[in-house]
Design a protein around this ligand. Structure first.
Ligand code: 5GP
Ligand code: ZN
Length: 116
């Protein structure tokens, strides 16, 4: 799948604007267009990976980076001490709507458990 077919690849290509708050050689983070909490950031690999099911052992460092970016942004957003959630939906039954791997970072309010 190339940049014309995937919404997040198009954001990465600069074809669709986004509020990008972090960039590295291999990942970016931007604010969710429909935030579900005061802080709602999406952290994505630059490389197109459709779902968790498409990951292999060679992706371990890439996935680890997403979590470390979430930790850093949580600190910057002032939500680290109180608490926050990171979540990654896989396929339709879990609510995945954009098929480019993304880690949700949610915080700034109390979050109920379990999620729906
Ligand atoms: P999913 O449901 O796949 O786990 O999460 C996809 C997320 O992408 C949703 O929270 C949705 O609000 C967000 N989203 C969809 N389209 C756009 C967009 O064009 N820009 C941004 N910043 N977020 C988007
Ligand atoms: Zn993509």
């Amino acid at each position: 799948m190339g940049s014309t077919d995937c919404l997040f690849c198009r954001i990465l290509a600069g074809e669709i604007p986004a509020d990008i708050i972090y960039e590295s050689e291999t990942a970016i983070a931007f604010r969710d267009i429909n935030p579900q909490a005061p802080t709602h950031v999406l952290i994505i690999p630059r490389r197109h990976i459709a779902t968790i099911n498409a990951l292999d052992s060679g992706d371990a460092q890439q996935v680890g980076e997403l979590f470390l970016v979430a930790k850093q942004i949580a600190k910057e957003e002032g939500i680290a001490a109180r608490g926050y959630r990171v979540a990654m939906n896989c396929n339709a039954a879990a609510g995945q709507t954009v098929f480019h791997l993304h880690l949700h970072l949610l915080g700034g309010r109390d979050l109920s458990w379990p999620p729906g």
